[in-house]
Design a protein around this ligand. Structure first.
Ligand SMILES: Nc1ncnc2c1ncn2[C@@H]1O[C@H](COP(=O)(O)OP(=O)(O)OP(=O)(O)O)[C@@H](O)[C@H]1O
Ligand SMILES: [Mg+2]
Length: 338
């Protein structure tokens, strides 16, 4: 069954006025382009990443989706509502994490802060008494619930933001670099949290991040922005294909005779994801240089199984070079025009 489209962004652009140098004296504003003709769709329950380096336009896009900032041109529809005409219908359905902790009361405890914001959102006391312990447990803050917010570490503050965003059972979470101040363990925990169904339903998640590893770990699909323009949209496989990157293996193995070697090579050539193979057979040893486009674990498992199938075959060396994610990001961001 096809999933519902919950976000439709058509060709939006955003410019910010800034006053620099002499322009400040003459009170003339120069326009800085934050987004240029960006379009994309997001579907129900998807985890969709907005990826890009500093200044790419991620926060601006999150703010537009949160109805906090209006785009100058283009059209954005969320849950069927236009962000310009029906911002309140949209606000009721979203929860936001901005990485900005100023919204909390520093002298209230974590639990008291949640009570306060829950009451502001018109949730009843009975409902809050049930919901808050659940959310504190969900974000792993039960033990620290009675500590004042000002004494929370950055990671605890971020997790309390997530609990606050979830109070109203949002249909969509907008997360702007939520793991920025988390340590490695915190980042891992956060990734796990995003994968769990929350209060019985999985919200659609929009995650702005500059980490390709993070996007790959939690996002179903993502879009890469560079200087306000969309470079590419898809999953990691689409991106690899787009860049025509394939994984690379060199393997050397021996067998009882040349016929056995040829038998193994014939099987390997039939692997669907194989894109190219160079072979060198010397006596009873074969050296293969293979390129393929698939998950390295799946490919290697098949490859080794073929070798093991033939009695007397022995793998002498194996070298796997799959493009490092950072390298991919580098390649993508060096692309001038798509
Ligand atoms: N309020 C503002 N006034 C003027 N320019 C702004 C404003 N907000 C953002 N910009 C500019 O718009 C561009 C996009 O900024 P944005 O904050 O959306 O990027 P980002 O991808 O979130 O960056 P980062 O990774 O640093 O958070 C940048 O050039 C930035 O300087
Ligand atoms: Mg930002």
């Amino acid at each position: 069954m096809e999933k519902n489209k919950v976000i439709s962004v058509e060709c939006i652009s955003k410019f910010y006025p800034t006053e620099v140098g002499l322009m400040r004296i003459f009170k003339k504003a120069r326009l800085i382009r934050a987004l240029k003709s960006v379009s994309f769709n997001v579907y129900e329950e998807e985890v969709f990443g907005i990826l890009g380096p500093n200044g790419a336009g991620k926060t601006t896009l999150i703010k537009i989706l949160a109805t906090l900032v209006l785009a100058d041109t283009g059209k954005t529809t969320m849950f069927g509502y236009d962000v310009k005409q029906n911002p309140y219908d949209i606000k009721n359905k979203i929860g936001i994490i901005t990485g900005d902790e100023r919204g909390f009361y520093w002298r209230l405890t974590g639990r008291e802060n949640l009570m306060f914001f829950g009451t502001l959102s018109n949730l009843s006391k009975t409902e809050l008494k049930k919901k808050i312990p659940y959310l504190l447990d969900f974000v792993k803050l039960t033990k620290s619930k009675d500590i004042m917010f000002k004494e929370y570490s950055s990671g605890m503050k971020t997790r309390l933001q997530l609990a606050r965003a979830l109070l109203t059972k949002p249909e969509m979470l907008l997360l702007d670099e939520p793991t920025k101040s988390l340590d490695i363990e915190g980042k891992e925990k956060f990734k796990q949290l995003l994968k769990e169904p929350i209060l019985g339903k999985k919200p659609t998640v929009i995650l702005a991040t500059h980490s390709l590893e993070e996007a790959e770990a939690v996002c179903d699909r993502f879009m890469i922005l560079k200087k306000g323009e969309k470079v590419i949209e898809g999953d990691i496989e689409d991106i690899r294909n787009f860049l025509k990157l394939s994984n690379h293996i060199t393997i050397s193995f021996s067998a009882r005779n040349t016929d056995d070697l040829k038998l193994i090579i014939k099987d390997i050539k039939n692997i669907k994801s194989l894109t190219s193979i160079e072979e060198k057979i010397i006596k009873n040893t074969a050296d293969l240089n293979i390129r393929y486009k698939e998950n390295p674990v799946d490919f290697l498992t098949t490859l080794i199984a073929f070798c093991k199938n033939v009695e007397g075959c022995e793998v002498l060396s194996l070298n796997v070079n799959s493009k490092d994610l950072k390298e991919i990001m580098h390649l993508i961001l060096d692309i001038k025009k798509v």
